[in-house]
Write a protein that binds this ligand. Sequence first.
Ligand code: CDP
Length: 226
Amino acid sequence: MKPTRPFHQTPVITIDGPTASGKGTVAASVAATLGFHLLDSGALYRLTALASARYNIEPEDGDALAELVAELHITFREGCAQLDGVDVSTEIRAEEIGNRASAIAVHGQVRTALIARQRAFRKPPGLVADGRDMGTVIFPDATLKVFLTASDEARAARRHKQLIQKGFSANMEDLLRDLRERDARDSNRAAAPLKPAVDAKTLDTSGLSIDQAVDQIIGWFNAVPA
Ligand code: CDP
């Protein structure tokens, strides 16, 4: 049994990586296993993207988007993401919203406006946070930092399965092209580019089941000295 850490050291496990690397599923499972809170930071970018589409704010207009973030009424309840009190969990998973989220995520003002909302998720007994910059920018003092990767083909196949299960239509060629475009944009942007933190452990999930990836991360976490 690990000794309990003081409040300000509430443990955080960050799980970053490219699109469809399995971060979301793995993070949710690690959080459930440890009884920790969960931050799906991508959902915040997707919610912002959805709201910007509704209010006709152009993805290029960083200042207007940052103002929008300050006013967004977002709640997460029992795994559901709500915008203005309405469950939009399925709507934000559409590929067009993911692509729009990636386009608005390039703006430093938008990223800064989202920082406090993300850090507020750090509460006892602990947090698992998934995204692109959890270990590099949002929780640089995280207890454990993981960078998940998988081959382009494995990621496109996973995304395909996920979209079909949610009732969206999808085609492998388009998905492969979209995910490569999104990787390039996420990795090459100036503000918080997608890259492993220097102290992150990299895990290639191409040939791993979800359970194997989760077991590896829990093993690493339990091995961190208290
Ligand atoms: O599901 P997928 O991994 O494709 O995306 P997501 O985690 O839901 O995030 C959607 C988009 O938001 C990503 O393509 C990123 O451009 C952006 N994002 C980000 O910039 N920083 C984060 N911490 C999380 C997401």
